[in-house]
Design a protein around this ligand. Structure first.
Ligand code: F6P
Length: 342
């Protein structure tokens, strides 16, 4: 049995831990061979491979990024995409694929498995934690840690200058990073994509924070939107899955807060620092267990499935179930944080 492995979409701390676990268990316990495909779906589409064996995965557990590279290539947007993938899998004698990715990468795996009979097992990753069917995705804990540390640091500089500090975090459709880091870091305002915000209310919270002689920290997810307007974007370029590049709402908020309250405001955009670098212990643990269970699914011939965390158990669910609907922040959960606003 020869198994192909690929990592697609935005990178995420813990990808290498999955690759290592898949290769270690597959080689040691099932005597499988492996081949790595470079840059997500671009690899099988163009037949771009990299050798993958136990020596190749030594030392990668704590390393961020992915040794296989990543891209947002969508084979269904390429001419003859499925046929080309099929041919390249045959050429490399690949019997099954382990696809590690988020909504888009797994969406492709679900279609290849379900509609085209190409045997795929999925492993969920995204720092945004917005995939259904799993309690957590790896990468999220690391991102929350990075954002929380940034908020801690911004508190002291905000207070020294008595100014507002707006922290823009990632979160395209879901405010998980904003909510968790905002709560952990003691933010005074948390704004998430799931709930449109009222800029007047934000300014009231800012003013009330200054009244108690503390400087406000506003945490905003990049996908958060004002109540009476469109999403604030720097530009409107899209990737091959049609997603616009986000970021801009933090700068916009600081300007609006300054204009409306007369208080000085600055913005810090955390951007890709949330995705880079070494994974947290939790993410290494989760990614490793996902990898071990993914190769078990291959051994069982359980294709079209994705591994998922339920409590402390790793289970298998249809990939389509995980990609059908995003896991967003429940309004009740968000309202819990409200006691700390202002
Ligand atoms: O999909 C995860 C994510 O982290 C989003 O929150 C963010 O909008 C996106 O990746 C940015 O990715 P890139 O800069 O690689 O396009």
């Amino acid at each position: 049995m020869r198994v192909g492995v690929l990592t697609g979409g935005g990178d995420c701390p813990g990808l290498n831990a999955v690759i290592r676990a898949v290769v270690r268990k597959g080689t040691q316990e099932y005597e499988y061979d492996f081949v790595g495909f470079r840059d997500g779906w671009r690899g099988p589409l163009e037949g771009d491979t990299v050798p993958l064996d136990i020596p190749a995965v030594r030392g990668i557990l704590p390393r961020g990024g992915t040794i296989l590279g990543s891209s947002r290539t969508n084979p269904f947007k390429q001419e003859d995409g499925v046929r080309r993938i099929r041919e390249n899998l045959a050429k490399n004698e690949v019997d099954a694929l382990v696809a590690i990715g988020g909504e888009d990468t797994l969406g492709v795996a679900a279609r290849l498995s379900g509609e085209h009979g190409i045997p795929c097992v999925g492993v969920p990753k995204t720092i945004d934690n917005d995939l259904s069917a799993t309690d957590y995705t790896f990468g999220f804990d690391t991102a929350v840690g990075v954002a929380t540390e940034a908020i801690d640091r911004l508190h002291t500089t905000a207070e020294s200058h008595m100014r507002v500090l707006v922290v823009e975090v990632m979160g395209r459709h879901a405010g998980w990073i904003a909510l968790h880091s905002g709560l952990a870091g003691g933010a005074n305002v948390i704004l998430i994509p799931e709930q449109r915000f009222d800029i007047e209310q934000v300014c009231d919270w800012v003013e009330s924070r200054f009244k108690v002689r503390y400087a406000p920290i506003v945490v905003v997810a990049e996908g958060a939107m004002p109540k009476d307007g469109p999403m604030v974007l720097k530009d409107d370029t899209t990737d091959s899955f049609g997603h616009v590049r986000l970021s801009g709402v933090g700068e916009w908020l600081a300007k609006e807060i300054e204009r409306r309250t007369g208080k000085e405001a600055r913005t810090t955009v955390l951007g890709h620092t949330q995705r880079g670098g070494t994974p947290s212990a939790f993410d290494r643990w989760l990614a490793t267990r996902f990898g071990l269970h993914a190769i078990d699914a291959v051994r069982d011939g359980d294709f079209g499935k994705m591994v998922a965390l339920r409590g402390t158990d790793i289970v298998r669910v249809p990939i389509a179930e995980a990609t059908a609907k995003l896991k967003t922040v429940d309004p009740k959960l968000y309202s819990e944080a409200g006691v700390f606003f202002g």
